[in-house]
Design a protein around this ligand. Structure first.
Ligand code: NCD
Length: 324
């Protein structure tokens, strides 16, 4: 694996499978009474968040703490960034504090790449979402969730040939970009579905099919991933009304009933209930939104461990009389 995790596009199939398998191993500690491993003791992880976040920030924090790292949470609001401090000066400050990893979310696409290729910091950089570009740990936790739901033990947990449909605001979605790339790397067949106004102009080279008709792809989907309509990134009217959007591209109970029995519904959160997804679907056992959050902690533990951890195994074998 490389020193940084900036984009799903940087991961080979072997890298991705290693992260997913390591996360599977690490997830077992969530069932223990004491959910902590000493693996990253003495290491410092900085969460550098220039954009709002609930799930991703606390997930990285929980992951680092479960590996016994020290965690510094930095949010741009209330910091000197609101006084105009640059990314460079912020990074130099973090470096002076001895950050071993910087987890960065930024409204500008490319900010994590800039940090990783600079000589401002020595540690690993993990992209926690940059503009409309990429959100690699989200795609990894989605793939982890799909493996658990769609493949059984003993099947090699292989997603080859599985059909995943990603629906909604593709244009503004870093989750869609990272998922299309990673799912393709893992052998899945991806279709993106959106109104023509919310499909990026440059979609042609993406390794996926494009459709404008949700109803035509439901019956052949093993998973349907609904995306939030990202109003904060919209500077124009991309669809006539919310009602019209929900009517054509929202997932409701009727549409879910047309999916195969084994098929699941994913959503990265936060959900706009009543817009891209109805409450009936969001609260159904086929929707994995809450499970995705839990799986996110295991994925981020795996990523931090693989980027920062030494050669020691992630989960030490408990001492028994034979190996003591
Ligand atoms: C996503 C994000 O921030 O890109 N959310 C997340 O990380 N859980 C998707 C979104 O905001 O709609």
């Amino acid at each position: 694996m490389k020193r940084h995790l900036i984009a799903a596009a940087d991961l080979t199939r072997d890298d991705a499978v290693l992260i997913l398998d390591t996360a599977e191993e690490l997830s077992r500690i969530a069932d223990r009474p004491i959910k902590k491993l000493p693996t990253l003791r003495g290491r410092t992880v900085v969460n550098l968040f220039f954009e709002d976040s609930t799930r991703t920030r606390i997930s990285f924090e929980a992951a680092a703490k479960r590996l016994s790292a020290d965690v510094i949470n930095f949010s741009a609001k209330g910091s000197s960034v609101s006084k105009g401090e640059s990314l460079k000066d912020t990074a130099l400050t973090l470096e002076a504090m001895g950050a071993d990893a910087v987890v960065i979310r930024h409204h500008d696409s490319g900010a994590p790449h800039r940090l990783a290729t600079s000589d401002w910091i020595q540690g690993s950089v993990v992209n926690a979402g940059d503009g409309t570009h990429e959100h690699p740990t989200q795609a990894l936790l989605d793939a982890f969730t799909l493996r658990r739901r769609l493949t059984g033990p003993g099947t090699g947990r292989d997603l080859s040939g599985r059909r995943v449909t990603i629906v909604g605001d593709i244009l503004h979605s870093r989750v869609a970009r990272s998922n299309v790339r990673l799912l393709h790397t893992l052998g899945a067949e991806v279709t993106v579905v959106a109104p023509p106004t919310l499909v990026p102009v440059g979609v042609r080279p993406w390794p996926c099919e494009v459709s404008y008709d949700l109803d035509s792809v439901l019956a052949t989907s093993d998973a349907v991933m609904m995306l939030r309509v990202q109003r904060e990134r919209m500077n124009a009217a991309f669809f006539p009304t919310e009602r019209e959007y929900a009517r054509r591209y929202g997932l409701n109970g009727d549409r879910m009933a047309r999916m195969p029995d084994h098929a699941v519904v994913l959503h990265p959160g936060p959900m706009n209930r009543g817009m891209e997804i109805t409450a009936e679907v969001a609260d159904s056992p086929r929707c994995t939104a809450v499970e995705q959050v839990a799986n996110g902690v295991s994925i981020r533990m795996a990523v931090l461990y693989l980027l920062l951890g030494g050669a020691e195994p992630a989960v030490a074998t408990p001492r028994t009389e034979e190996n003591a």
